[in-house]
Design a binder for this molecule. Structure first.
Ligand code: SAM
Ligand code: SF4
Length: 324
């Protein structure tokens, strides 16, 4: 079992396989996109498989593939296939915007993917366009249908933003009535790639919960799974559930079980840190797996206590180069 210097279990890796994306969500990147990293600076699939193999031997049990948009990277399905062959890896999950995903669902099912997080901030086509700057809502909804049809668990991620989609909170909750989906409302975090700071967060997890309670006073708290970042609720009679993620308030740091690797090959032991170890350089300098493993363990042994400590002196980049 891999433990950090605060006694927290580390068993979950979020791997951002690209910084490229086919949407331009305004909370994630500027309208004209971000400065893309040169291709040769991105980790290759071989490098990613090597790191994942070392980490699985060290205690990582679950890997989430994220980005940027994972499915804009060429040969992603073949990479997922190789990843699924790593001995000892218990679970692979994916976070996707769903634009290119629908036709891939049968193959994802064959690879043993049991759960997919789909980003869906609104079910209104005009607001979807205003938020993502692309008119792709029908494709995302089709992906949701395909995932459900193939028996893959669906979590819908909705970032709640003042003046953008707060009128969508109840319609999104209403989806849980007939669909077995988990709708998860996420506090907006300061990673929109513009460097702008957020003076305060109006739509924090309490405000989101109160809004849902006004409409559904019968909402009940569920037991949260181990290491959950969401507070989970159900509405009696609904097939699905509702989660609220205090991503900005950071109330879950005490049980945080995750590390991240960016497309550039930086290890982040907290979402809010600026990267604590350049794994790509270690590999490209010809070091062996044992050295790689020991440097990663060393970084995990020097982990910040929480997101507020980790954030000190760290730049706020675009979420597309972190992976969420
Ligand atoms: N492109 C994929 C997608 O959108 O699902 C995967 C990458 S995206 C960076 C991962 C998650 O981060 C998405 O669910 C997205 O909504 C969330 N995210 C991006 N920027 C955010 C922000 N500033 N605050 C909160 N969540 C954010
Ligand atoms: Fe792309 Fe995901 Fe960022 Fe939206 S949140 S711009 S879909 S990486």
């Amino acid at each position: 079992m891999l433990l950090d210097n605060h006694g927290r279990v580390i068993n979950y890796l979020r791997l951002a396989v690209t910084d490229r994306c086919n949407l331009r969500c305004f909370y994630c990147m500027p309208e004209n996109g971000i400065d893309l990293l040169p291709k040769k600076e991105l980790l290759t699939y071989e490098e990613m498989l090597r790191i994942c193999g070392v980490l699985v031997k060290t205690g990582i049990e679950k890997i989430r593939i994220t980005g940027g948009e994972p499915f804009v990277r060429k040969d992603m399905m073949s990479f997922l296939h190789d990843l699924s062959n790593i001995n000892g890896l218990k679970e692979i999950t994916i976070t996707t915007n769903g634009v290119l995903t629908a036709p891939l669902v049968p193959e994802l099912k064959k690879l043993g993917i049991r759960s997919v997080n789909l980003s869906l901030d609104t079910i209104d086509r005009n607001r979807f366009f205003a938020i993502t700057r692309r008119d792709e809502l029908p494709k995302v909804l089709h992906t949701m249908d395909e995932l459900l049809r193939h028996g893959i668990e669906v979590k819908l991620n909705a970032v709640v933003m003042e003046g953008k989609n707060t009128e969508d909170i109840i319609p999104l909750v209403n989806l849980t009535k007939d669909l077995p989906v988990s709708v998860r409302f996420i506090e907006e975090m300061p990673f929109n790639g513009t460097g702008a700071y957020y003076p305060s967060l109006h739509w924090d997890h309490l405000q989101i919960l109160n809004t849902i309670k006004e409409h559904y006073p019968e909402i009940e708290k569920m037991q949260d799974p181990p290491w959950s970042t969401s507070y989970n609720y159900r509405i009696p009679g609904h097939k699905g559930s509702v989660g609220i993620i205090a991503a900005y308030t950071r109330s879950f740091c005490g049980t945080c079980n995750r590390i991240r690797i960016t497309p550039l090959g930086m290890l982040k032991t907290c979402l809010y840190d600026g990267g604590v170890l350049n794994i790509k350089d270690i590999m490209r300098n010809g070091n062996d797996d044992e050295y790689l493993r020991s440097t990663i363990i060393n970084a995990i042994n020097n982990r910040a206590k929480n997101g507020w400590d980790a954030e000190q002196n760290s730049p706020h980049e675009s979420m597309s180069s972190i992976g969420g």
